[in-house]
Write a protein that binds this ligand. Structure first.
Ligand code: 13P
Ligand code: SF4
Length: 301
């Protein structure tokens, strides 16, 4: 009897499929993926991919982005219930009303947003390129940053650029407190503290650096330090430990779990491939509009 991983290997060949995984999904899925990365890296991969089938192991907005950038591929999301609560905090009708009332404001949407919201904004960004994207907007322009008030405030502080912020947040990152950072430092005084910019500005100020998940992996690779306190979803520990033997990683908060990222199982990946089920469907009109801010983001040099 073949294992589920062997079943996936056979089906992947039959379907000529590529499996993409986010750094937060469970280790067994990261291990069978063709590519594991952060939102920006996965967007770039999705655009390059010519495969007829993409299995996206992450949350819905990521699979939608893959579909927008690879419109001729069939994109499967193994568990259609893996959403992102932060993305759902920007309601498309409220964004439309804001746009109407503020026609001169540039709307910058974190890629953690629905396709319906992307269809109404000027440009997207990820945590890996937010700084570059905001710098590309002429300084005299007003900006509304949505939906993550924390990433927005962290960029506002870093770039000293006024921006209006939407009231969204990531429940997983928003619950980290300054006291947690201090306690982790007390326990591991030699360790470098790396957090995700979806944490609050107070937590970011207390950390040594704030980086995207891909940025954390690169930073550790290039660092001379041997101990790290990691302030993001614990799924990233899988790659950190695998790629950096001999170094020590401590979770800033062991409960930093994204329940949605953890919904996908190997069984669901196999079933999605076997039955070609859980296809991401977006109307052609929506796709035409929603891809524009992502293309603009990728075009910023
Ligand atoms: P990254 O783009 O840094 O991987 O982050 C995605 C995300 O959802 C963080 O919560
Ligand atoms: Fe959304 Fe937060 Fe999960 Fe990232 S970690 S997918 S922002 S809920």
């Amino acid at each position: 009897m073949p294992t589920t991983a062997q079943e996936i290997a056979t089906l992947r060949k039959e379907r000529n499929a590529v499996i993409l995984a986010h750094n937060y999904v469970t280790g067994d899925i990261q291990d069978i993926a063709d590519f594991t990365g952060d939102s920006l890296e996965l967007s770039i991969r999705a655009k390059e991919i010519k495969a007829p089938v993409i299995v996206f192991c992450g949350v819905r907005f990521m699979a939608e982005t893959a579909k927008l950038l690879s419109p001729h591929s069939t994109v499967l999301l193994p568990n259609l219930y893996s959403g992102c609560p932060m993305a759902d905090m920007a309601d498309p009708s409220e964004v439309a009303a804001y746009r109407k009332a503020n026609p001169d404001t540039v709307l910058v949407a974190y890629v953690n947003s629905t396709a319906e919201v992307k269809a109404q904004v000027d440009i997207c960004c990820t945590s890996g390129n937010a700084e570059k994207i905001i710098r590309s907007i002429p300084p005299e322009k007003k900006i509304m940053f949505l939906p993550d008030r924390n990433l927005g405030a962290n960029m506002r502080n870093k770039l000293n650029r006024p921006m209006e912020l939407w009231e969204g947040f990531c429940p997983t990152h928003n619950k980290v407190t300054v006291e947690m950072v201090r306690e982790a430092r007390r326990l591991h005084p030699e360790a470098e503290v790396l957090v995700h910019p979806e944490c609050t500005p107070e937590v970011v100020a207390e950390a040594d650096d704030s980086l995207s998940t891909g940025g954390i992996l690169r930073h550790v690779r290039e660092s001379a330090k041997t101990q790290f306190i990691i302030g993001t979803e614990t799924g990233i520990l899988h790659r950190l430990q695998k790629e950096n033997p001999g170094r020590e990683f401590f979770c800033l908060q062991p409960e930093m779990l994204c329940p949605n990222m953890k919904k996908i199982t190997l069984r669901e990946v196999a079933d999605a491939l076997a039955d070609m089920r859980n296809v991401i469907e977006l109307s052609p009109e929506l796709m035409e509009r929603a891809v524009l801010p992502i293309e603009r983001m990728l075009a910023v040099k």
